[in-house]
Design a protein around this ligand. Structure first.
Ligand code: HEM
Length: 579
């Protein structure tokens, strides 16, 4: 009898649950999408290694109409790559739900906060990101960029170095100096902070792409959760150290002059003032600083991708050199804001890099009220994703989308494209804070980065030789495409390092004449498979490669051959004009 009663209660509960969601089902029913099973929905499509989830998603997006639905368990997710839809969504939705998982990593900050908290925080922080302030940092960018060059110079010396590591460090040091007003040399622990942040990003990707870890129950009991807690504690200690230093520092406000802007606008002062005024609590301040420092990762990755693109496209590299020479001649003077504003070509190259490889793979919003889109309605309670890689490669919006062509961003070409077809920084009131520069849509982070870009480019181009040692059978470009998925994560994993997993490494090599005069500098800017995968080695398996102490073992050979056989699909390269 009890069983029957329980059964009836369960039925009533289920009926009520589904009745309350009837609008959701009704509108979802009108949107196409892959087959969904009861309870798990279409989640079965993603039961695979987390490394493969993004690839699967990309293939799925390409096989579906521009707007389609996915039932992820009981959650309705709608994906759209229609610019008109993006416009409506970004103008009307301000909540990023689903960021609860991120909150585990960074707690409540601008990125993850629900709308009410976000409004207050953004209002406070916006004050520190106006054009006048950002422009006043150009000399600091110049200084940090020169430092970056020296690091490349010292560390390379005829060998390969991991450029992203240096770029990440440069990004963090620059942010410390311009936003927190601390001399990076006076603090310790940057390398550890970067490593921790990278690991946290990676864990968020693992969690996001693992079905089991979506559940808070499984997550809390996973070893990753414990790891994240420890990483976060260490990251916060690093930031606390900076704040303590600031409080003691008699040279407070040293980077801002009264003439340019108010002292209180400097981010750290702005946050400390807001804390004293009771608008933010201490953990809010720590979280905001952490997220803004961590956001520098996207900038570093963009720079690394830019270098990679220059490695692929020597003609573009030469053009950049020419344009920079027309601004600077042979002078090594400090870069001014006027110089930065004249780097039109470089800006187009950066834009094109972010078109093909947007550092943030998708924009995400939760739908708090029904939204009407053409013939569809996005029902309240659903979540909407705008996958940027797919939007930026839509063949009907971008001719030959896989061709790297900076001239797409010439003014005359831009007018023929619909608005909202290029969104590397998002859009609307919840757009990227680094983009908060009124002059032009994408100038914020680019401006922040430009000096570094230029240096990096100088590094790449010099007057030098660009050499591509790409294994003929293995298209780096194809790997690039296949792996250009979890943007930040993938860029790092694929391009540069992570020795355990990376199959192709992106490295820079300087010739020994590096430190001689600028004109005679020869940089070997090498985009190559990691040395263990080069053709010469592959074809002489019995012999050790030059520089290797021993010949590969049969097991190593087997793995490498497997790797090579997996990486044949050519994607980007055959379309590329500049090859
Ligand atoms: C190339 C560099 C960068 C790219 C491509 C990038 C991209 C993005 C994207 C796509 C978003 C989500 C926007 C949306 O949902 O509409 C975002 C948000 C954000 N970005 Fe960036 N970003 C970059 C650099 C930076 C930098 C340097 C900072 C720090 C100053 C920063 C701080 C933020 C913050 C705080 C948010 C959350 C904004 C909010 O929700 O109010 N970003 N970024």
């Amino acid at each position: 009898m009890l069983n029957i009663i329980l059964f009836i209660f369960a039925l009533i509960f289920l009926a009520k649950y589904h009745w309350n969601r009837r609008r959701l089902y009704y509108h979802a029913w009108k949107i196409e999408g892959p087959f969904a099973w009861p309870i798990i929905g279409s989640a079965y499509l993603f039961i695979r290694r987390h490394e493969d989830v993004y690839n699967t998603a990309t293939k799925l997006i390409n096989s579906q109409p521009p707007i389609f639905k996915l039932w992820m368990g009981t959650k309705l997710v709608i994906l759209t790559i229609q610019p008109t839809h993006a416009e409506v969504i970004l103008k009307t939705c301000f909540n990023r739900l689903g960021t609860k998982q991120l909150q585990e990593l960074i707690h409540v900050d601008l990125f993850t906060a629900p709308v009410d908290i976000w409004r207050t925080h953004r209002k406070i922080i916006n004050k520190s990101f106006n054009t006048k302030i950002l422009n006043s940092y150009v000399d600091i960018f110049d200084k940090r960029a020169r430092h970056l060059m020296r690091q490349f110079e010292e560390k390379c010396d005829g060998n390969y170095i991991d450029v992203l590591e240096e770029l990440l460090r440069c990004s963090l040091d620059t942010a410390c100096e311009v936003l927190l007003d601390v001399d990076p040399n006076s603090i310790t622990g940057q390398a550890r902070y970067i490593a921790n942040t990278n690991r946290m990003t990676r864990i968020s990707v693992i969690r996001g792409s693992s079905i089991w870890l979506q559940s808070n129950f499984f997550w809390r009991y996973s070893s990753l959760h414990q790891e994240v807690t420890n990483l976060r504690r260490e990251a916060m200690d690093f930031i606390r150290q900076i704040i303590e230093k600031k409080k003691l520092d008699t040279g407070l406000y040293k980077n801002c002059s009264e003439d340019n802007f108010g002292k209180d606008k400097l981010l750290i002062n702005n946050l400390i003032n807001s804390m004293e005024a009771g608008e933010l609590d201490e953990s809010g301040v720590l979280d905001e600083i952490h997220s803004i420092l961590a956001a520098g990762e996207t900038a570093a990755i963009t720079n690394a991708l830019l270098l990679c693109m220059m490695g692929f496209h020597s003609n573009i590299q030469k053009n950049i050199q020419k344009k920079l020479d027309s601004i600077f001649g042979h002078s090594d003077r400090i870069v001014t804001l006027e110089d930065v504003n004249r780097m039109y070509y470089l800006e187009r190259v950066v834009k094109e890099t972010m078109r093909l490889f947007p550092p943030a793979p998708f924009l995400r919003r939760s739908v708090d009220e029904d939204i009407k889109l053409d013939s569809h309605v996005l029902p309240k309670g659903s979540e909407v994703f705008i996958p940027l890689v797919s939007l930026h490669r839509r063949p009907d919006l971008w001719n030959d989308p896989l061709v790297f062509d900076p001239d797409r961003f010439l003014a005359e070409n831009e007018t023929s494209r619909p608005d909202y077809s290029y969104l590397p920084f998002g859009c609307g009131r919840r757009n990227c804070l680094g983009n908060n520069v009124p002059e032009a849509k994408v100038k914020g982070p680019i401006k922040i980065n430009r000096r570094r870009d230029r240096l990096a480019i100088q590094l790449g181009i010099g007057t030098g030789i660009v050499k591509r040692r790409i294994n003929r059978g293995t298209s780096v470009a194809s790997k690039y495409d296949l792996k250009t998925k979890m943007a930040a994560f993938a860029a790092r994993k694929f391009l540069l390092f992570s020795k355990a997993t990376s199959r192709i490494q992106f490295r820079i090599q300087f010739s020994s004449s590096f430190s001689s005069q600028r004109v005679s500098r020869i940089f070997l800017f090498t985009v190559s498979p990691s040395p263990s995968h080069t053709t010469s080695w592959r074809h002489q398996p019995g012999r050790a490669r030059p520089g290797r102490k021993r010949a590969p073992t049969p097991e190593e050979l087997r793995r490498r051959h497997k790797f090579l056989s997996e990486t044949r699909t050519v994607f980007l390269e055959p379309h590329s004009r500049s090859h």
